[in-house]
Design a protein around this ligand. Sequence first.
Ligand code: SF4
Ligand code: SF4
Length: 218
Amino acid sequence: MDITSLRNRIECLIHMDSEVLIQDILNSGFSCVRCGWCCRENFNINIAQDILRPSNAISVFPDDIRCIIRGTGMQWDEIAQPDIYSCLLDGDNIWVIGWILRRNDAGDCIFYRNSTCTIYRWRPMICRCYPFFMGDKSVDIMHCKGLVNKITKESAAEMGKLLKRYEIKKLRSYIRIIEQIGDRLKIANLRMLPREYSSEVFVCDGEAISRRCLGIHN
Ligand code: SF4
Ligand code: SF4
């Protein structure tokens, strides 16, 4: 997507009546049963040629990371790692688009322990929205064990507003990332790095460009 299309999409979302979303959410019957399914690695998503992204590679905004830092006292790099499933090779440089939450050796989110999210109050925006994502004109609903319950109109309205906020924030972040790395950012150019990849990368997250040395388990 180019910047103009992203801006147009943001304009549409700003003027969209959340009621449209609320009805879809109400119909879903969602209420989280804290099963942790979405926090664990369940399958890979083939997002582009040669890119298999684990279902729980959780993309986070810098704001999400700062919120977890405030809540836990952990350091940035203990919480998040460069998103190795979203990289661009540019001569000798590797550009990484954004951050994902760290996962343990079993592939689970590091904050999923003893069958619960240990940072529930500070969890990232994307986790707060799950299992809902914005589709083109309606709400897309992912696999979730909490879709057999009831959701109140108030909770559905809150979720509708959150979804809209999340989508607008994500699109604004895309715009800033495109401005940071220019027309190298095309889906066809995206690559994933092997988990054992070990060298320096540049991470663009829409706020800053930072250098990181990837080591084993990154
Ligand atoms: S959002 Fe759904 S899949 Fe995730 S923990 Fe809650 S019930 Fe389980
Ligand atoms: S932050 Fe919490 S809700 Fe989000 S994936 Fe990790 S354990 Fe699950």
